[in-house]
Write a protein that binds this ligand. Structure first.
Ligand code: RB5
Length: 147
């Protein structure tokens, strides 16, 4: 799968391991093609710029999914959800990762560097990538209403 990945400076919070490059490595090891949308270091940046870059890659058809990272996952998901056709889900538990796919057909996952371990991030991403959208009519109807 082609996956766009973006984070603000939280993706390079000390102490290492730095989450953003580790998440990219994890996705590549799983055989995915990654589009790295930045940022690429610890200098302070604005999370909406990286949400925009990932969402625009999806809107252009260059990526099928997006992974976003900020301190909590909250700000960057808010910015992502302003984009048409983007359904970004902040996930803080395995069930949220699974249900964001089954019920919400989330095409972006947003994770918090400052509230999750790296292993949790990788595990939630794996669940989220492996879980299909439910074929339940009610879920499709609700997602369609989001527009
Ligand atoms: C940046 O310090 C922090 O505010 C940001 O990463 C994010 O947590 C916002 O929601």
């Amino acid at each position: 799968m082609r996956i766009a990945v973006g984070s603000d400076h939280a993706g390079y919070d000390d102490p290492p391991p730095y989450y953003k490059p580790e998440i990219i490595k994890h996705l590549q090891e799983k055989g995915h093609e990654v589009i790295d949308c930045g940022t690429n270091g610890p200098e302070s940046v604005d999370y909406p710029d990286f949400a925009d870059a990932v969402c625009e890659a999806i809107q252009r058809g260059e990526a099928e999914r997006g992974v976003l990272l900020c301190g909590t996952g909250i700000g960057i998901s808010m910015a992502a959800n302003r984009h048409k056709g983007i359904r970004a889900a902040v996930c803080a538990t395995p069930d949220m990762a699974r249900l964001s796919r089954e019920h919400n057909d989330a095409n972006v996952i947003a994770l918090g560097r400052r509230v999750l371990t790296l292993d949790q991030c990788k595990a939630f991403i794996d669940i989220w990538l492996e879980t299909p959208f439910s074929d339940g009519e009610r879920h499709k109807r609700r997602v369609d209403k989001i527009g």
